[in-house]
Design a protein around this ligand. Structure first.
Ligand code: N01
Length: 539
């Protein structure tokens, strides 16, 4: 096995391109740019490749996109040789896949690990980016690619007294590599998004007692995870290009068969059959049962009520079932996929505490206080999510033309052209940035689309003999206006979610991903490129 820290094989500190982040985006970017003969250095805060699948090691962590499609497609050999074992593989398997890709394409020597980037400063004089790291290194490059991830900056809400807690405090997205043993312990889990939904059933099996603090109940569809069937794998591998092409024509870049255009056009019996069949199949495809969930409240309510009924059928205590029954629109927050999630609340060692109105007041050395009640705990798990989409970029002090600060420019919300590049920040690209479909799609194909577009753009620049690219402010404003206009057509932008930044105190409420769908977005990127990169200026 290659050692993740066998790095610095590329000598010197000046590069053609620096890529920040060695998740799935940074790894593929490195591979493509090196393929163009560029000298590239990837700088990664973590200790290995894989990004999300390196950091999110909490119990039960696994992807909720069918993995035969949540994987790279750029190399048909890779696609054919890698053997996935489960419908939704675990973090461990996904991280092994990332390491395999790094081995297979010899990525390790060009990645520096355990090195958070703190600053990125553009010099108009040198026409280069200067990248500063937490340990004081400075590197320069003509191009800088931010492959920093959409869900990588951890959100730890301010709970007064958290530091006084006498036991360990874990965050799901920063789980210790050595794991955590909850045997015989009283554990408090705060948060019931995807990370909470996946970890709660596993922690409940181990802990003496588990107390879950829920602010908002989520819709959770059963995963129905299972080992992959050998015949099914053969069939998919034999038809991979056609299946991938089909997925790329679908709204989310996932192939989810759509049940019908409108839930309201179907009879109640037809709807029930459709929902039941998707509930039994499991997974995110429930979202595609009808096309009008985000445009018709009545349609949305039919799906919401079906799921609430399921919860009432599973959870034996009616009060707990009512607390677990979501009140907000279906799909407004990211849909969760779980295994035995609702069943877990029938266990005698699990209690659910509603903190929607009476909030968590403080953390005491012995536990969590809500109003007059202290819930004793030996360990706390924060499943409180991320400062999504902008958090990782704003953590870095990014300075563009005239020392313009990205943090300042994005104070009222992100502005980027196609979610790919930012006016005043020449020669900088972002992968799956705000204003691109990113988190509303299957992330790996979206990453590949961005990386390919960036690579083609740099090849074009070389052919044209130019070395500086920057989006025009007017093109950026038009794109941002379009992103907002499309978001306003959907009810998705109406309720609190991390898509809107409402989970982070003080964050402006702006719907960040582009909600127009993967096909329309990819077409737009192609049109921009084919027309000679409209909206960009070159020198
Ligand atoms: O984070 P979240 P996550 N007091 O933001 C609660 C992807 N992902 O890590 O909803 C009390 O969804 C908060 O409550 P509320 C996926 O895209 C994928 O779970 O804000 N509670 C919420 O319940 C996912 O959507 C996979 O009212 C507080 C929870 O913490 C995204 O990552 C697995 C609170 C945070 O939920 C984020 O998921 C895991 C407070 N002060 C993640 N502050 C898979 O592929 C926050 N909360 C399966």
């Amino acid at each position: 096995m290659t050692n993740a820290n066998d790095n610095f094989a590329t000598p010197g500190t000046d590069f053609d391109a620096i890529v920040v982040g060695a998740g799935f985006a940074g790894m593929y970017m490195l591979h493509r740019l090196r393929g163009q003969g560029m000298r590239v250095r990837v700088i990664e805060a973590g200790g290995s490749v894989g990004g999300t699948w390196y950091w999110n090691r909490y119990p039960g962590a696994r992807v909720d996109t069918e993995t035969m499609f949540y994987s790279y497609q750029f190399s048909s050999e890779l696609q054919q040789e890698w053997e996935w074992t489960e419908r939704y593989p675990s973090q461990r398997e996904l991280h092994a896949y990332a390491r395999h890709v790094a081995d297979r394409f010899d990525l390790w020597p060009d990645i520096t690990f355990d090195t958070p980037v703190e600053s990125a400063v553009w010099s108009e004089e040198d026409q280069r980016w200067s990248i500063g790291t937490a340990d004081g290194q400075q590197m320069t490059a003509r191009y800088c690619v931010m492959a920093t991830g959409c869900l990588s900056s951890v959100n730890t809400p301010h709970f007064p007294g958290l530091e006084s807690f006498s036991g360990p405090v874990y965050h799901t997205a920063r789980w210790p590599e050595s794991g955590a043993d909850f045997t015989g312990q009283r554990v408090a889990v705060i948060g019931t998004g995807s990370s909470g939904v996946q970890s709660i059933p596993i922690i409940a099996e181990q802990a003496d007692h588990l107390t879950v603090f829920q602010r908002t109940a989520n819709y959770v569809i059963p995963a129905r995870n299972r080992p992959l069937d050998a015949d099914e794998v053969v069939e998919i591998k034999a038809n991979y290009p056609a299946l991938r092409a089909k997925a790329s024509r679908s709204f989310s870049g996932n192939y989810f068969p759509v049940g019908g255009p409108s839930a309201m056009a179907a009879t109640a019996a037809e709807r029930d059959r459709e929902y039941e069949s998707r509930w039994q199949t499991g997974g995110l495809a429930f979202m595609a049962a009808y096309a009008d969930f985000m445009t018709s409240e009545a349609a949305n309510e039919t799906a919401s009520e079906f799921i609430r009924d399921k919860i009432r059928g599973i959870v034996t205590d009616p009060g707990t079932a009512e607390l677990l029954a979501p009140k907000q629109l279906f799909m407004c927050k990211r849909l969760c996929v779980g295994t035995d999630y609702y069943e877990t609340y029938n266990r005698e060692n699990v209690s659910l505490i509603d903190v929607s109105e009476t909030v968590i007041d403080e953390i005491l050395p012995e536990g969590v206080r809500v109003g007059a009640t202290v819930h004793d705990a030996d360990a706390i798990v924060l499943a409180t999510g991320f400062d999504a989409m902008t958090g990782a970029l704003k953590k870095i002090d990014i300075r563009g033309v005239g020392n313009a600060s990205l943090r300042d420019l994005w104070e009222d919300g992100p502005r980027a052209y196609l979610g790919l590049a930012i006016a005043k920040f020449p020669n900088m690209f972002i992968i799956t940035g705000p204003g691109s479909p990113s988190v509303l799609t299957n992330m790996i194909p979206s990453i590949e689309q961005h990386v390919d577009w960036i690579t083609n753009c740099l090849v074009h620049m070389r052919a044209q003999g130019v070395t500086r690219i920057e989006p025009d402010a007017a093109a950026q404003e038009d794109w941002v206006a379009h992103v907002n206009e499309v978001a306003d057509l959907s009810m998705r932008a109406t309720c609190s979610s991390w898509y809107l930044g409402s989970n982070v105190e003080g964050k402006p409420r702006v719907f960040m991903p582009y909600i127009g769908g993967f096909p329309a977005y990819a077409r737009k990127c192609d049109e921009v490129a084919e027309a000679g990169y409209t909206g960009f200026s070159f020198r």
